[in-house]
Design a protein around this ligand. Structure first.
Ligand code: B12
Ligand code: SF4
Length: 627
């Protein structure tokens, strides 16, 4: 089920609203000496292809954005801890400025839920009188906020509040709490008073718990779907978040100071940057268009140029990855950014000579921008990740055909931009096919490599929370509960494990993924890459091959046992999606925006979800076909 959309015309904040809030908070912040720690949850069992380098060497933008928002309004005593680098970090032992922080925030993707819950549980060990206010957020929480609250009186734990939105929601929450906070009162005490007085109910984008006992959520209150910031130039500057990173270490506690200067660039040589959000397509397996309430949001070219230049100069980061859903989504907006960057100079030198960057696009839009690809390269773009999924468009048709996909890849290669296709393997696709139609997985990989592919991503189609296909995959019995006695856990939901299939021999699907990677990343290809590289950047092709082989070894290590279970073990299937078991209601007692259709509402009975008066159901746009 997709996230609902706010009423038409009410999806976005008013222009200037985020800027005004930041200014107000800067005034208020002077009267409060707050310390905060923001942890990025990371489950190390997820370290495999195709993300083995980026997962550790790119400090995530989500926690940095939250840190930047805190510093921007005046709360400099903020530290970001990445579990990627600090796997033994224990919130119960954290001290900042020689005290227990006022705020402990956790950011998590769905894949890292177990780690996220572990962090919150540990923070709950702190004596309630001194406990920080615990706030959870990020992609996991946006779709499944109930999972950060405990319900067992024998094992009390849980966040105080889940933020199902972005920076604006957090800052509005802080503003409300600071307005109410008494002298020397803890932020958490102010939160509890605000919650009980109904002051939080006016802030869309929160889910908070109610209950008699500390750490036992008897009921959750959902304040609705957030309003999004439309003009991304209103966001705090990205450089602010980079100053807050905890140095890597094996300890449970925080170090004396955050990483500084060039050390940041050495540990995070790739910088992720928000450039645009949103995508005009409507692939049924993808939650992105609904999350963005069908809006396309952009930063200006000037702002992007400034962010790249400042991060480069301050931290020595030369490689960037745009966190775009589809950077080429809107031709004019894309060209505005591209032309501005192409004109930009850093220290008197054209940007493309200092900075290299890449992002995600679609085949369809790449072809539409074909005559502008030289400008795209002049703007510093050196690699583009393309959602090819299945070249024959059997899985989903978003304008790609075998010919068009090949053409897009060749065009990019010719212009010195490395094409990085992303494929999705599914039940109907064989490993190899014979005949004129290149239907098989290896047939397609061969074509993509010939057309210039430098890296390859092959993931199995799995149900994504917040997508149209999500509930149906479970209710149809396609998704697995357990295989060979091993339960499907959240860290397995990233597409590397076959966890939903109607194929008679699902182990073959698991093995196909491994074979596909071995076909693309192998010593022979690496040798060829050294002498006849696909990329115009000498060694880039060979480096990707080396990374790919290392990643394949990791993928084999984590998933081979699963393939054996699929081959020899019994499969138990689910009949319903993972559900919220805590009563969840909207502020006025009606059905909550974040409730799944089968969720429990206050009376304890599952209900079917009626249309809410102020929310319209996500539009069912037709899947785009080629123009
Ligand atoms: C870059 C990226 C990656 C990089 C991440 C590298 C890195 N270290 O940063 C790589 C390529 C490694 C990657 C891998 C994967 N990714 Co990815 N990725 C993205 C992408 C495109 C951008 C992420 C980003 O930087 N966003 C910009 C920041 C600012 O947004 P944000 O993180 O959401 O944070 C905002 C809010 O969520 C909120 N927030 C976040 N944290 C917190 C905390 C608090 C306390 C508060 C109050 C608010 C808050 O405020 C932030 C500012 O607005 C997103 C899609 C997108 N456009 O966001 C997908 C996305 C995060 N990835 C996703 C997935 C599924 C994956 C994979 C599992 C593979 C896959 N099947 O696609 C793997 C997992 C690998 C792993 N082991 O972790 C999903 C996550 C879905 C979910 N519900 O968890 C996303 C959302 C795409 C989608 N399908 O919708 N990914
Ligand atoms: S093209 Fe499809 S999969 Fe890619 S972001 Fe858009 S809707 Fe999602």
């Amino acid at each position: 089920m997709e996230l609902p959309r706010r009423a038409r015309g009410d999806e976005l904040l008013r222009p200037g609203e985020l800027r005004a809030l930041r200014a107000r908070l800067r005034n208020a912040a002077r009267r409060h000496d707050l310390t905060s720690v923001i942890a990025c949850a990371f489950d190390h069992r997820t370290r495999m292809l195709p993300f083995v380098y980026a997962d550790m060497r790119m400090a995530p933008a989500g926690v940095r954005a939250i840190g930047a928002a805190m510093v921007d309004v005046g709360f400099d005593k903020t530290r970001i801890v990445l579990q990627q680098w600090n796997r033994n970090f224990r919130p119960s032992r954290m001290r900042l400025d020689d005290r227990v922080p006022d705020l402990f925030m956790v950011s998590s993707m769905q894949l890292h839920s177990a780690a996220c819950q572990g962090l919150i549980r540990d923070a709950c060990q702190i004596d309630p009188a001194r406990r920080p206010l615990i706030i959870a957020g990020g992609p996991k929480v946006i779709y499944e906020p109930w999972d950060v609250f405990g319900v067992d009186p024998r094992d009390p734990w849980g966040a105080d509040v889940a933020v199902t939105g972005e920076e604006y929601v957090l800052l509005r929450l802080l503003e409300t709490l600071l307005e109410l906070r008494g002298r020397d009162e803890s932020l958490r005490a102010a939160f509890l008073r605000a919650r009980d007085s109904g002051a939080l109910d006016e802030i869309p984008g929160l889910v908070y718990a109610r209950g008699e006992t500390e750490g036992v959520a008897e009921e959750l209150v959902d304040t609705g779907v957030q309003r999004l910031v439309g003009d991304l130039d209103e966001l705090p500057h990205t450089a602010l978040g980079y100053r807050l990173l905890e140095p890597p270490g094996r300890g449970a506690e925080l170090g004396a100071r955050a990483l500084a200067g060039r050390a940041v660039g050495r540990l995070s040589p790739i910088g992720s940057l928000v450039l645009t959000f949103g995508c005009k397509f409507a692939c049924p397996y993808c939650p992105i268009p609904a999350y963005n309430q069908r809006q396309h949001r952009v930063k200006s070219g000037e702002r992007i140029a400034d962010e790249m230049a400042r991060v480069y100069q301050e931290f020595g980061i030369r490689h960037f990855f745009g966190s775009d859903d589809n950077f080429f989504n809107h031709k004019e907006r894309t060209l505005d950014i591209i032309h501005t960057l192409a004109r930009t100079e850093i220290d008197g030198v054209q940007i493309r000579k200092k900075i290299r960057w890449g992002t995600e696009v679609t085949v369809h839009d790449t072809l539409k921008l074909r005559e502008h690809l030289p400008a795209v390269r002049s703007a510093g773009v050196r690699a583009l990740w393309l959602g090819v999924e299945d070249m024959t468009a059997t899985l989903v048709n978003k304008g790609q055909t075998v010919d068009k996909t090949g053409e897009a890849l060749r065009l990019l290669s010719r212009h010195g931009i490395s094409p990085m296709p992303m494929m999705m393997h599914h039940d109907e696709q064989p490993l190899v096919s014979f005949g004129p139609r290149p239907y098989g997985l290896l047939n397609q990989i061969r074509l993509l490599r010939k057309a210039g592919a430098v890296s390859m991503q092959v993931l199995m189609l799995v149900p994504a929370t917040g997508s149209k296909l999500f509930s149906g995959t479970y209710t149809s019995g396609m998704a697995y509960e357990s295989v060979g006695g091993r339960k499907v856990e959240e860290h397995m939901l990233g597409g590397n494990y076959v966890i939903a299939s109607n194929h008679a021999k699902p182990w073959r699907k698991q093995v196909n993924i491994l074979l596909a990677y071995a076909y693309f990343y192998n010593p022979l290809r690496m040798l060829v890459a050294l002498f006849r590289p696909k990329s115009k950047l000498y060694l880039a092709d060979a480096i990707w091959q080396a990374l790919g082989m290392w990643g394949l070894a990791q993928t084999l290590r984590w998933t081979f046992g699963w393939a054996l279970r699929l081959r020899f073990g019994g499969i138990r299937r689910k009949s319903a999606p993972p559900m919220n078991r805590i009563p969840l209601r909207a502020v006025d007692g009606s059905v909550a925006s974040h409730a799944l259709p089968e969720s429990v509402v206050s009376c304890g009975e599952p209900v079917s979800k009626p249309a809410s008066p102020d929310l319209v159901g996500a539009t069912r746009l037709p899947v785009m076909v080629s123009s």
